[in-house]
Every structure is written in C-alpha cells, then in structure tokens.
Design a protein around this ligand. Structure first.
Ligand code: PLP
Length: 236
C-alpha cells in the first residue's frame, strides 16, 4: 500500500509541477511518518524515499537507530527547548522555529557540537489561534535577530495551512508565505536564505506546489490514516 501511495503522490507532484511550469527537482517530498512503524518507512525507503518528517523528538531518536543513516530527518512539530539537545546534529532541518529563545537554544547546542543547524521559521499565516508559529508581521524582525546567532542558519519558511475541505481555500495562504519569502530575500540579511518554502500537506500539496512550495509534507497520503488511540511506545 505504501509503495502504491508513494507512486501516486510522486505522480501528482510531477503533474502539479508541470501545470506550474516548474522542474519537479525543485520540490522535495517529505514523507511524514509520525505514529507509523519503521516497517512502513522501510517500504518507502526501498523506493528511494530519503526525507522523513516527524513531530516528536523521542520518536525521531528511536527511529533514527532503526533506519539507514542515509535517511534525512525533518523535525516538523513543536519543539521544546529542553529537547533541542537530542536532535541537534541528528536532523537535517528543523521546520518549526517560532521564537528567539528556541533559536538561541539551538544555536548554543550547535556551537557545543560544532555543527551548523539549518532551520525554517514557522509562520502562522492564517492567524489560527490553535496553531504555533509567528505572525507574518513578526517574521522579518525575528529573522534579523536569529541571523546574528552563531551556528544556526535560516533556510526559509514553513506554514501549516488551515484544515479545509477545498484545497483552493488555502491558495491565498501559500501565496502569502511565498510573498513573505520574497520580502525577506529583499532584505539581503547575512545567514538568511529563502531557499525553502515548506508548505502543503495531504489535502493541499498540489495547490502549494502551484504556489511555489519547495517542500511538501505528506503523511496520510502515503501511510494512510493515523490511529492516535494506540499510544506510541515511548509514552506508555
Ligand atoms: C502531521 C503533519 C503533516 C502531514 O499531515 P497529512 O495531512 O497526514 O499529510 C504535515 N505537517 C505537519 C507539521 C504535521 O504535523
């Protein structure tokens, strides 16, 4: 099932790129494997899927041991400062930086480990109360502050669009994130790139690609519905 799903998602990504006149190589598919067993991830890996997204530190550190070292791990969930030490040096990209204090902790840990950590700023574009992330208005100021920290590098922006039944409803959200990226780029800040726009999930990744996404985070569309009634091992 995983392999069929993955094939279908890849085809849809290509079609969306074609519609938008984009090169499919510009778009990285992140397979969001949270709550799913490593066996399913291995099925995807066998098809050349290297980028996986997780939203819990403990789940990343556990699965990291079980999967090949070629896998690129993406932290896409809310990150607590006291857990930063476990993933710095282990994940390829932290998508969910939403405060200066968190960035500072990442920077300190990165200095200790002598690595540079690429991050994205998580922007709550639609201003939903239930979501983490900074406002569009706060983004440039935060980018300027973080750009002065050592061993941390802003690579772009991430957003979690609202849950909608018609993906077209999220088109303005994706457009707004892209525009924000353009505005940040125009500031030419040191240590701040806008190579990455991480936007689009199972319900709306094709629209996100049409609006410029360079990373899409697809979970259900590849691995099927998540069952939260089964508690993950580490929290039992
Ligand atoms: C769970 C999750 C996804 C994947 O959601 P699906 O709708 O299953 O594709 C993407 N991004 C984030 C931040 C998530 O937490």
């Amino acid at each position: 099932m995983v392999q069929e799903n993955l094939r279908a998602v890849r085809e849809k990504i290509e079609a969306a790129c074609q519609r938008a006149g984009r090169d499919p190589k510009e778009v990285t598919l992140i397979a969001v494997s949270k709550t799913k067993p490593v066996e399913m991830m291995e099925e995807a890996y066998a098809m050349g899927q290297l980028d996986f997204g997780e939203n819990k530190v403990q789940e990343i550190t556990r699965k990291y041991e079980e999967l090949p070292s070629k896998v690129r791990w993406h932290m896409i969930g809310h990150l607590q400062r006291n857990k930063v030490k476990y993933i710095v040096g282990l994940v390829s990209l932290i998508h969910s930086v939403d405060s200066f204090r968190l960035a500072e902790t990442i920077s300190q840990e990165a200095v200790k480990k002598n690595v540079t950590v690429p991050i994205l700023l998580e922007v709550n574009v639609a201003g939903e109360e239930s979501k983490y992330g900074i406002t569009c208005e706060e983004t440039i100021t935060l980018a300027e502050q973080i750009s002065k920290l050592p061993n941390i590098r802003i690579e772009g922006l991430m957003t979690i669009a609202p849950y909608v039944t018609d993906p077209e409803e999220n088109r303005p959200v994706f457009r707004k994130l892209r525009q924000l990226g353009v505005d940040i780029k125009a500031k030419n800040m040191n240590n701040v790139n806008v190579n990455v726009l991480s936007m689009g999930m199972t319900g709306d990744y094709e629209v996100a690609i049409e609006e410029g996404a360079t990373m899409v985070r697809v979970g259900t569309g590849i691995f099927g519905e998540r069952d939260y009634s089964v508690k993950p091992l580490e929290s039992r």
